[in-house]
Design a protein around this ligand. Structure first.
Ligand SMILES: [Zn+2]
Length: 411
């Protein structure tokens, strides 16, 4: 029964994703020959043609990936491979917290292997074809190895602590597990830009010149007391550009991609910075953290319910009453349920984007710099400006450019 239910969930998600993918493809093809007027104002004909080709290439790639991922998930979950691996690893220290953690890490590493050729193809064929790939095979492989090492160094103690906690506190373990995981995430928010990001990228303070003075003046004006603005060498791997914000409270910092600085005028960079400050000043970050904490509490409650059940783990071939396999299954199958709720999360995120855009417009006194920045980003990143409304409604964490422009001008 449980197996059939899981199979239906996998098939349902795959069907929905393929349907959305096809819908979006048709919508892009429908506009491929002539851009709709609001889009023609954003991209010239050559760029638009390239953006359509890029979108269609990514769409085709995504279709293969969806089928592959669903097939791999079904194979892994239903083949009995995981219970076999668990019996091997558990034999090293039966029922111990550390062997449970090792099992999850080994399974996770093995599950990442079959997708590697696809990831390589995406970076060195697809992105390369459109001029976005700046990485080398050597850098790409080093990144993968570093990622694996980090998963071991950070993931092992965390999982070990979690499983050890379960034995120590008894029935309320899920509450304490949730506290531990959330505390860990808060710690990572602070440590990530300091310890982990520098393993992959070089972060340098924005040099003391006119641009820096201008951006710091803007930060002052918008009551964001920035200690530093940092530049990240995103151009090392990709031509795509972005800006982001990490940390919270005293640890907050703003990071700009070097590609972004190369592409935008100082005034447009001010607008992008004002948008990021908007997220901070409007309280979006604590709100998202609170929502995520609440969802994770629900996740831990569900995990405890499944772990204490006599039917869940045995249905997939595991012995009952052992926690590590339930954690792994929960991680593998949880997305089959949360997938259907992602439009809700994305719609909240889009509302925040509109608010941050409005904040940036008011901080700069006009919509033009923000519109200019967004247009350039869309041109340089070859963004799809004609997604199907159902596709963007489901997947997009940011409104489309046409929607953002309309809101900025109307507002
Ligand atoms: Zn934003």
């Amino acid at each position: 029964m449980v197996i059939i239910f899981a199979a239906i969930l996998i098939a349902m998600r795959l069907a929905a994703e393929l349907w959305l993918n096809a819908l979006n493809r048709r919508e892009v093809l429908r506009h491929a020959l002539a851009a709709p007027p609001p889009v023609a104002a954003i991209m010239d004909a050559t760029t638009y043609e390239k953006a359509v080709a890029y979108t269609l290439s990514k769409n085709r790639f995504a279709r293969w990936m969806l089928v592959f991922d669903a097939g791999l998930l079904a194979l892994v979950v239903f083949s009995g491979a995981l219970p076999w691996l668990f019996s091997r690893v558990d034999a090293w220290a039966p029922g111990h917290a550390w062997s449970g953690a090792v099992f999850i890490l080994i399974a996770g590493a093995l599950l990442g292997l079959p997708g590697l050729p696809f990831e390589w193809w995406e970076q060195f064929r697809l992105e390369e074809k459109f001029g976005f790939n700046k990485s080398t095979l050597r850098l790409w492989l080093t990144d993968k190895l570093k990622g694996l090492a980090l998963a071991g160094v950070i993931g092992f103690p965390l999982l070990w602590a979690l499983f050890a906690l379960v034995r120590a506190v008894g029935g309320t373990w899920w509450l304490w597990g949730w506290v531990l995981m959330f505390a860990f995430q808060m710690l990572m928010l602070v440590l990530y830009p300091k310890l982990i990001l520098p393993l992959f990228n070089k972060l340098t303070p924005l040099p003391e010149d006119e641009l820096r003075a201008r951006l710091l003046a803007l930060a002052d004006r918008t009551k964001f007391h920035a200690q530093t603005i940092q530049v990240i060498d995103g151009s090392k791997r990709s031509g795509h550009s972005n800006a982001f914000f990490t940390g919270f409270g005293r640890f907050r910092r703003i990071v700009l991609f070097d590609t972004l600085i190369a592409q935008l005028t100082p005034e447009e960079l001010e607008a992008v910075l004002a948008h990021e400050i908007g997220h901070y000043r409007l309280g979006h970050i604590p709100r998202m953290l609170a929502v995520s904490a609440a969802l994770q509490l629900g996740g831990f409650a569900a995990l405890a319910w499944l772990a204490h059940s006599t039917w869940f783990a045995p249905a997939f071939g595991f012995p009952p009453g052992v926690l590590a396999p339930v954690f792994l299954l929960f991680g593998l199958l949880g997305g089959l349920v949360t997938f259907w709720f992602s439009p809700i999360g994305n719609s909240f995120s889009r509302r925040h984007e509109y608010q941050a855009d409005a904040f940036a417009r008011d901080a700069l006194g006009a919509p033009a710099p923000m519109v200019g920045a967004l247009r350039k980003l869309a041109q340089k990143n070859l963004s799809n400006l004609t997604p199907h409304p159902l596709f963007s409604g489901f997947y997009y964490s940011h409104p489309t450019l046409v929607e953002r422009e309309q809101a900025l001008i109307k507002g």
